[in-house]
Ligand binder design. Structure first.
Ligand SMILES: [Zn+2]
Length: 301
């Protein structure tokens, strides 16, 4: 889990949920009762990278071409009140996001040939400066890599995303995202968050796929695996974090129904879990005491 527009306290809790998993027991529970909604009134060329795959379930439904829509005008603007526990309350999913399929706004130049491409390099100074990295983080800047990979949008088009990752994670993640591109798995947005974005008040509707986020675990000295660049969150809105009454992103409650398969959902026997398993990364959807459907990490934390 990360962090879109969440207060520091909540960020810390989110960090905790990401990596304080080892000793958990019991099954994730269903939220007792979600509070009432407050506001909703309401193809491309083959990829350059491929990998042989074990038999897996069919890909999650790829949205039919042309069905993706522009983001609702209010997206990212409705700040949610945060309670004393540092979390905003979970909300009923607004109708516009029940089957979220939003056109990707290109933030990096898309591939002109529509194919999968990737780059791995030392982190440019300007990239480091706009990231959440500081010298207090548990990873040295020279151990991070700036990675760009192609991804398929919900609009069916090829886009370019950026990731800040640990050097050890660069090759595995390029392999995984190449595989996801080949599988036509849709991703809405992929970019590096700034400190301000990590610390912003929550709006509960973010959907950024990303790796690095420098944040500790609340009440502990331990850092999130995201703070090492060794964990990734994939399509957070379609794949929320859930423990007890806490759902992140807060408006993604509709996506707790994992039996209602929609584009972008990471499913247990689907290609996303299989792609990460091939490089040895573990899935937060397999956690027992909570569910972190967006989360994959190198060490299972
Ligand atoms: Zn995560």
């Amino acid at each position: 889990m990360t962090k879109d527009r969440r207060r520091p306290g909540a960020l810390v809790v989110a960090a905790l949920v990401c990596c304080a998993l080892a000793g958990c027991s019991g099954e994730a529970s269903t939220p007792a009762a979600l509070p009432p909604a407050s506001s909703p009134a309401v193809r491309a060329a083959p990829p350059a990278v491929s990998a042989s795959s074990p038999a897996v379930a069919p890909s999650p439904a790829v949205p039919p071409a042309g069905t993706a829509t522009a983001a609702p005008a209010w997206l990212g603007t409705r700040v949610l009140p945060v309670g004393p526990d540092g979390f905003a309350a979970a909300r009923i999913t607004p109708p516009e996001l029940l089957n979220r399929s939003i056109v990707t706004t290109d933030e990096l130049p898309p591939p002109v040939d529509g194919r999968f491409h990737s780059t791995v390099q030392a982190v440019p100074a300007d990239v480091l400066a706009r990231s959440s990295w500081t010298s207090a983080c548990p990873v040295k800047a020279q151990d991070l890599r700036y990675v760009t990979v192609g991804f398929r949008g919900f609009d069916g088009l090829a886009h370019t995303g950026e990731l800040l990752v640990h050097e050890r994670a660069a090759k595995p993640l390029v392999t995984v995202f190449g595989r996801l591109f080949a599988e036509n798995y849709p991703i809405e947005r992929m970019r590096i968050s700034s400190v301000a974005e990590l610390n912003a008040a929550p709006t509960g509707d973010g959907n950024t796929t990303e790796v690095f986020a420098c944040r500790p675990v609340r009440g502990r000295k331990a850092w999130s695996q995201h703070a090492y660049g060794l964990a990734v969150d994939v399509d957070p809105f379609q794949n929320p974090y859930h423990k007890g009454k806490v759902v992140l992103p807060e408006l993604a409650t509709s996506y707790l129904d994992r039996g209602n398969a929609r584009p972008g959902m990471v499913l247990a026997r689907g290609p996303v879990v299989a792609a990460f398993a091939e490089v040895g990364w573990k899935w937060g959807g397999d956690y027992r005491s909570l569910k972190d459907f967006m989360h994959f990490s190198a060490n299972g934390g």
